[in-house]
Design a protein around this ligand. Structure first.
Ligand code: ADP
Ligand code: MG
Length: 712
């Protein structure tokens, strides 16, 4: 019987080898149609054109071998550890004799599931090492494996042997071998009926392989292609698919930007009055970088189009004052300004600062946080709606319904990475089309920034204010604690101040807070009885938080024991030493943010990272990184490597599309290339028909591939 003709949109259920159960499992991973399956790219390849003979394996070498199982079963060590132990003999070629063992620790499941049987032929992929009990033989610890069906190697079109084999991430119980067979079948049935989603002019200009060939060769690489290129995902077929994925992203961003630019906005006027006002408030000479980004912002604000700008700058680079200068421009133009910050502490601090800045000017400012009295909030909202109140600083409370503006002209979002994309939009909607400035101190690796904030214009403050002495960072063990306390004591005796930071899992849970509270009591009573010690955490009432912060700022408190609520934005330049307890429990970005609380003045600062028992390797790498560098961008790159793009911002923010083949760590240059080409195409398509056709592709493509995450 001839198999029915399948197209890209056919459901996988109709593919030979997929029954209802498999169809359901595949659908749970977002694989519903033939097209979904064809775009399910391998994450790695194995070169089985030249299998390594076991005899020729060297200790330390990572390789694929084909062996026949001799024995397999569970053994128990004297220490009571279960080891699944498999002995096998080379089966890569007739007459091969080499022996090898494979071991899995605590792998009772392998025994229970009876996966391995004597006589089976199995591929193992892993690192060979000397077997301490094996008389000169080698072993592989927990190798990846694939069991060869009995009749396989005799088949002429074997997918498993004698070729470069794609390795897929398993989908539930559906393993790589089954997926390989399904993809193969799908390619055979739909292979010559694959319309190319990329515009022909783009393909020609960039010399891209056509889509059908790209899919086929990405799954089953051309045997003449250098294996190194395939392994790096740089074979032309793979490059084409990565390009395609990023091109869709780039086109969408370009369309969004174009749309934003056609909306009418406010054209603020830079008058003598503005210049005077800015001069009056400036507490210091701006750095060259601050001047440059201010000019970029002001140029946007003067134009009749709405500003959409991301202001990036490492912790302590001085973003706040730049934002307030922009605020003055809006205020003098009789527009209102809203500044949203992620925590009450930060909002309060900004409010106190701006109130002081505005003192010589005829503008009013107020603070909207949930901790304020209902009557105060009511009054504030009334003044905001009537236009009496000119500038409001607040938390999420600002986006609640009932907060209305008479004439909202500028929205500033501080520490944007702490907010979801939606929250930014909710605030923007409160004005007809306000200018928008979002700020983030979390240095974002360039690829992520392009993806996540690709619809924004960028300004970067790449210079710290003058007279900062670098922060020295030391990693401490438990035994160093008394010495650490002495270092803190010495700093405070010189009139400086200290933070002691404690990890807390959830600020709302009493039990999580206990260690921080206990530590505070212990430090205040036993370690530093001669100093004034304060405690700050998220569960304090707003007024209390404000009070503690103010007292620390004024120097009345000398030591602030705190949870990570001080992480963002808190600015007390006289604080020069920070002890971070259990530093191994913090993420890199968080450590960098925390450390950014010190080193804000002329005095030399010291950051002490205390981590007790040997933390795991990744934690150790984080601490090492912190001790090595204070460069936020470098830290962000390492963080991205250690955590992977999905985890980088935590689940809340994310909004990062789940790329299927493109990889933000590996493919930065393809991302930039595709984004450039997409912008170019949107402005100058080959023909109007081509543009129309592509817009159709994009409309289908985006929601199906990336879900709703990126729709905002
Ligand atoms: P961030 O970019 O992390 O938000 P801030 O705006 O809080 O940084 O600024 C960090 C510190 O540097 C603050 O104490 C601020 O007053 C100070 N500062 C900012 N710009 C300058 C400057 N040009 N000269 C001197 N000090 C500055
Ligand atoms: Mg800040």
């Amino acid at each position: 019987m001839r198999a029915a003709k399948l197209t890209l949109t056919s459901e996988l259920m109709y593919l030979k080898g997929v029954g209802p159960a498999r169809a359901e499992r595949l659908a749970a991973r977002g694989l519903r149609t033939i097209e979904d399956l064809l775009y399910y790219a391998p994450f790695r390849y194995e070169d089985r054109t030249r299998l390594t003979a076991v005899r020729e394996l060297l200790a330390g070498q990572t390789a694929t071998i084909l062996v026949r199982v001799l024995t397999a079963g569970l053994t128990r060590t004297r220490k009571g550890l279960y080891i699944y132990d498999l002995a096998a003999v080379d089966a890569s070629r007739p007459g091969q004799q080499g022996m090898i063992r494979c071991k899995w620790f605590n792998a009772v499941y392998l025994d229970r599931s009876k996966i391995f049987r004597p006589g089976q032929r199995v591929f193992f992929y892993g690192k060979a090492e000397r077997d301490p009990f094996g008389a000169g033989n080698l072993q592989m610890i927990q190798p990846q494996f694939e069991i060869l069906p009995d009749d396989e190697a005799s088949q002429p079109d074997s997918l498993e042997v004698g070729r470069v084999v794609p390795i897929y991430e398993a989908v539930g119980k559906i393993g790589t071998r089954v997926l390989r067979r399904l993809v193969w079948t799908a390619l055979r049935l739909a292979g010559d009926d694959i319309p190319d989603p990329l515009p022909a002019s783009v393909r020609t200009k960039n010399r891209l392989v056509d889509c059908a060939a790209a899919l086929r060769l990405t799954h089953f690489p051309d045997p003449h292609q250098p294996i190194e290129d395939v392994a790096r995902f740089r074979a032309p077929a793979q490059v084409r698919l990565i390009f395609e994925e990023f091109f869709h992203l780039g086109a969408r961003l370009a369309l969004k930007r174009r749309q934003a630019k056609t909306k009418p906005g406010i054209a603020f006027a830079v008058t003598e009055e503005v210049r005077e006002a800015v001069k009056k408030i400036l507490p210091f000479h701006p750095t060259a970088a601050q001047k440059r980004v201010l000019k970029e912002i002001v140029d946007d604000m003067r134009s009749p189009r709405p500003m959409n700008r991301l202001l990036q700058g490492d912790v302590g680079s001085g973003k706040t004052i730049v934002a307030f200068q922009a605020a003055i421009l809006a205020l003098v133009n009789r527009a209102q300004v809203a500044l949203m910050a992620p925590t009450e502490i930060l909002a309060t601090q900004h409010y106190l600062f701006v109130k002081q800045l505005l003192a010589p000017l005829p503008f009013t400012a107020d603070l909207l946080i949930s901790g304020r009295k209902p009557s105060e909030k009511r009054d504030l909202k009334r003044r905001l709606a009537s236009g009496e109140l000119h500038l409001v600083v607040g938390t999420h409370a600002l986006i609640e319904s009932g907060v209305e503006f008479a004439k909202l002209g500028l929205v500033i979002v501080d520490e944007q990475h702490r907010f979801g994309v939606m929250e930014r939009f909710q605030l923007i909607r409160k004005g007809p089309s306000p200018d928008v400035l979002v700020m983030t101190a979390t240095p974002i690796p360039r690829t992520l920034a392009l993806t996540l904030y690709g619809d924004l214009d960028f300004s970067v403050i790449d210079q710290l204010p003058p007279n900062r002495s670098p922060i020295e960072t030391r990693r401490l063990s438990e035994a160093d604690r008394p010495a650490a306390f002495e270092m803190i004591r010495a700093k405070i005796r010189q009139g400086e101040q200290a933070y002691v930071v404690y990890p807390v899992i959830e600020e709302s849970r009493q039990s999580d807070l206990r260690p921080a509270v206990k530590m505070y009591e212990h430090l205040a009573a036993n370690v530093f009885p001669e100093f004034r010690v304060g405690l700050l955490h998220g569960r304090l009432a707003s007024a209390e938080k404000e009070d503690v912060m103010l007292r620390f700022k004024r120097g009345e408190l000398q030591i602030l024991v705190s949870t990570t609520v001080v992480e963002v934005g808190v600015d007390v330049p006289n604080a020069t030493v920070m002890l971070i307890e259990h530093a191994d429990r913090f993420g890199l970005a968080q450590l960098h943010q925390l450390r950014g609380r010190i080193g804000r003045g002329r005095k030399k600062s010291l950051c002490l990272l205390s981590a007790g028992e040997a933390p795991n390797e990744i934690a150790e790498e984080r601490l090492r990184t912190m001790a090595e560098t204070t460069d936020g961008f470098r830290i962000a790159e390492i963080d991205l490597k250690l955590r992977g793009p999905g985890e980088f911002f935590g689940t809340r923010q994310s909004g990062i599309p789940a790329f299927r083949i493109g990889n933000l760590l590996r493919d930065q240059e393809i991302l930039e290339w595709a984004k450039r080409e997409a912008a170019e195409f949107i402005e100058h398509p080959g023909s109007p028909e081509e543009m129309d056709a592509y817009l159709g592709v994009l409309r289908n493509e985006w929601p199906r591939r990336y879900g709703l995450a990126h729709v905002a």
